[in-house]
Design a protein around this ligand. Structure first.
Ligand SMILES: NC(=O)c1ccc[n+]([C@@H]2O[C@H](COP(=O)([O-])OP(=O)(O)OC[C@H]3O[C@@H](n4cnc5c(N)ncnc54)[C@H](O)[C@@H]3O)[C@@H](O)[C@H]2O)c1
Length: 250
């Protein structure tokens, strides 16, 4: 596994109870960071903390609740003395046509996939600004880059919004020594995409459009995230980078 040296740094990963977030938490811990593992599901967050090799603490919270995010970041800083890295990974993918979608589904996509990144960036950005350094990585999606996915209007809109927010956040936070980038995965084999993989015909068609001819696995995303967290990417900010086996070439 690719690693960088993040010793002494404290990293928050939201939605790290499983899937891509869990793999990122593992990669950060392997790189020497102290990892604050968030998930709305306390049991899965605790399971991740048990799996990762290295120092990890659990911070269960609903990241779509701004007061809960403020409390979580306050607690991380109280317990670890600093916060250097935020990975905004928590996500939901409500599926419905626009004509059938409920307000609750629409708002869950907006609140978990987009507003949460604003809440953590606001609270965490204040902590990072005081130190004069920090890194934020937003897990968006190729869906935010004009890749149509049927019945996912809320998801697509939230991920496009995440890319826009990443740019504005990068512009504002550069003055404080904070870099902000987005990572845009293609289809990665996690519970979120289990239903997609069950549709063999649809999967076959999707694979035809991927030059590398395979879906991603969570570990495929980790190296890029670690690179973005490290000084190797010190002149890189405000970007939204696809990681998708070559499906999208901008
Ligand atoms: N899997 C893919 O193909 C894919 C592709 C592109 C982007 N992404 C994005 O990557 C991120 C991770 O996706 P995944 O595939 O690992 O999904 P997943 O469903 O396997 O995991 C998502 C995690 O987020 C947590 N979560 C949900 N709502 C939360 C909330 N309000 N507060 C805190 N935690 C919450 C869940 O409990 C879960 O542990 C998401 O933002 C997703 O949109 C995934």
């Amino acid at each position: 596994m690719f690693t960088v040296n993040l010793s002494g740094q404290v990293a928050l990963v939201t939605g790290a109870g499983r899937g891509i977030g869990r793999a990122i938490a593992q990669g950060l811990a392997d790189s020497g960071a102290v990892v604050a593992i968030n998930d709305i599901d306390a049991a899965s967050a605790t399971m991740t903390a048990g799996i990762v090799q290295g120092e990890a603490s659990v911070y269960p919270a609903d990241v779509s609740d701004s007061a809960a995010v403020d409390r979580m970041i306050e607690k991380i800083v109280a317990e670890h003395g600093r916060l250097d890295i935020i990975i905004n990974n928590a996500g939901v993918e409500p599926r419905a046509s626009i004509l059938e979608m409920t307000d609750a589904d629409w708002h869950s996509a907006m609140n978990v996939n987009l507003s949460a990144a604003f809440y953590t960036s606001r609270a965490g950005g204040r902590v990072m600004k005081a130190r004069g350094s920090g890194v934020i990585v937003n897990i968006a999606s190729i869906a935010g880059h004009n890749i149509p996915i049927a019945l996912r209007s809320g998801y697509v809109a939230s991920k496009a919004g995440m890319i826009g927010f990443t740019r504005e956040c990068a512009r504002e936070f550069a003055a404080y020594g904070i870099r902000v980038n987005a990572v845009c995965p293609g289809v990665i084999e996690t519970e979120m995409t289990a239903h997609l993989r069950q549709n063999v015909a649809q999967m076959q068609k999707w694979l035809e459009d991927i030059p590398q001819k395979r879906l991603g696995i969570p570990e495929d995303v980790v190296g890029l995230v670690l690179f973005l967290c490290s000084d190797a990417s010190r002149y890189l900010t405000g970007q939204a980078i696809n990681i998708d086996g070559g499906k999208v070439m901008l």
